[in-house]
Write a new protein. Sequence first.
Length: 264
Amino acid sequence: MNEQYGRYTVITGASAGIGAAAARAFAARGHSLVLIARRTARLETLRDEIHAAYPSLDIIIKTVDLSVTNSVLQVYDEVKDLPIGTWINNAGFGSYGTIGAQDLSKIRQMIHLNIETLTILSNLFVRDFADAEGAQLINISSVGGYLIVPSVVTYCATKFYVSAFTEGLAHELAARGAKLRAKLLAPAATQTEFGAVANDNPAYDYDKAFGTYHTSAQMAEFLLALYDSDAVLGIVDRETLAFRLCAGQLPYAGGSARNQKVSD
């Protein structure tokens, strides 16, 4: 088990849901934290809660709108010199609705946050921490990043990107002998603010919508299991809600005679 005492775990989208639960879980392991989200009051409350339980930890909060590219670059620049052990790209949201009848402003923001922001932060972290012993990059995808779910096709497409990008990165890092590991968590129904935001319904009820689902705390336990493992993917079965750790699931064309030839 790689506890990484004295090193920081960075979590985006940390003010609620899986992000906040992950913060509590990694703090219990002795990790100092950098918590990034838009809502200052919630970050301060979470920081104070964790400090009360683990007063020796350093808990840094950063209020940032990660849908703004310059803010993404700025916050990374502010934290990159810390001894970071783990970076968790959790920030993102969904949107239900048929294609052609969606709020384009919301869709544009979702694509930017789920895809562009994650890609920028992943690239920067790989650039600076590829050779850091024990370092991990964990991107939060979705079981909807491996299958198409009715009425949420655009969201699924963003998570297909996250899955393909991160599995591909895992192959690249292994091929170059990097010490950094890239991993994916793919939740199914989890009781968070996701449902309310995706459906534009503050009264969204998970019991009525799904009946059975995971809590954020359960998902944080799965995240720790992935962190502790050598697996690339931790995925929840959408029908049974069973969790399993496994290798990447997407076909990889490494070694193919059809690959582009690159001269030295």
